[in-house]
Design a protein around this ligand. Structure first.
Ligand code: ZN
Length: 157
């Protein structure tokens, strides 16, 4: 299985996907399943769905770690297969989670890995939902220390 990559999305702007300016032009691409699922849930939602974070450089990830965010040593954002979608006004994180799992099912995809509960910070809803298809990356490109978690389809946290 070969991973396929896309630079553009129907709904997301390149500014949102590649906001981190240290992402090299050659790396300005996102795993196909990730962008297609985003576009599908954006269509299902029927209004703007902002992306807080798309592809990140390794430098950006290290900065987030040092700044004390809940940022992993290895992040699927750096590998271009993850997006953080902002919870729209008047909705909850569970609304986005349902869209993600429902959208994946409509597309005939296996389930994405989705994170929201750990980002609630004591509130009833997080402000964004992370999703990725890290298990679709070429195995040899996945860092050893991340394999155990990244290869679990449908993992939630
Ligand atoms: Zn994320």
């Amino acid at each position: 299985m070969t991973a396929k990559w896309m630079r553009r999305s129907t709904y997301a702007s390149e500014n949102e996907l590649y906001r981190d300016q240290r992402v090299a032009p050659a790396d300005q691409k996102i795993l196909e399943e990730t962008l297609v699922l985003y576009d599908r849930i954006r269509g299902l939602h029927g209004g703007p769905l902002l992306i807080n974070s798309g592809r990140r450089s390794a430098e950006k990830q290290e900065e987030l770690r040092k700044a004390g965010y809940r940022a992993a040593k290895f992040s699927p954002h750096v590998w271009g297969c993850a997006l953080d979608v902002r919870v729209p006004e008047g909705k909850t994180d569970e609304y986005l989670v349902a869209l993600l799992f429902g959208g994946a099912q409509l597309l005939g995809y296996d389930m994405p890995r989705v994170g929201w509960r750990n980002y609630r910070n004591g509130k009833s809803s997080s402000t964004f939902v992370h999703f990725d298809f890290a298990y679709l990356l070429p195995l040899e490109s996945i860092p050893m220390g991340a394999r155990k978690a990244w290869l679990v389809r449908g993992l939630t946290w």
